[in-house]
Design a protein around this ligand. Structure first.
Ligand code: ADP
Ligand code: MG
Length: 141
């Protein structure tokens, strides 16, 4: 399904609606260039999962974990990882698909070799104007 969001707030609320439909073990793959809105979308997911803390980009930590009131959120930024083994070595791969946990992965392409091909949701975000984004949501890679 395709959506157009004309502000940061709209992208966040789309993330929240999408997040409300996720179950424990869900894996969400986000794609889109730097500044597309992947982290903004994740903030919406976090809200739906009952995360009270503010969600910050895990650019340097690779993963941030939040204990939401409904579910745990693991927010990955694989930008600096070269392959799935890097995630395994960092002890991060174990969280992926874990029950009661939603994993949201930015730059998932870098660790695609350890991600399941099925049972994942993909969200593609692209620029369509300064404050406008096209967001396509589909199942599986
Ligand atoms: N419609 C929109 N949806 C999401 N972000 C938007 C939108 N319009 C402008 N922005 C801006 O784009 C940036 C997106 O940043 P961020 O979510 O960190 O990107 P990414 O994680 O994809 O690198 C923010 O500065 C946000 O304010
Ligand atoms: Mg980001």
């Amino acid at each position: 399904m395709k959506f157009v969001c004309v502000s940061e707030e709209e992208t966040k609320s789309l993330g929240e609606k999408f997040g409300a439909g996720l179950r424990g073990g869900s894996i969400v793959l986000l794609s889109g260039e730097l500044g597309a809105g992947k982290t903004v979308f994740t903030k919406g997911i976090a809200k739906a999962l009952g995360v009270k803390e503010s969600v910050l980009s895990p650019t340097f930590t690779v993963m941030n974990e939040y204990d939401g009131e409904k579910m745990r959120l693991c927010h990955f930024d694989a930008y600096r990882l070269r392959c799935g083994d890097d995630a395994v070595e960092a002890g991060l791969a174990d969280y992926i698909g874990e029950k009661n946990t939603v994993c949201v992965i930015e730059w998932f392409e870098n660790i695609a070799d350890i991600l399941p091909a099925r049972g994942v949701k993909q969200v593609r975000i692209s620029y369509s104007g300064e404050n406008e984004r096209e967001i396509e949501i589909s199942d599986d890679k």
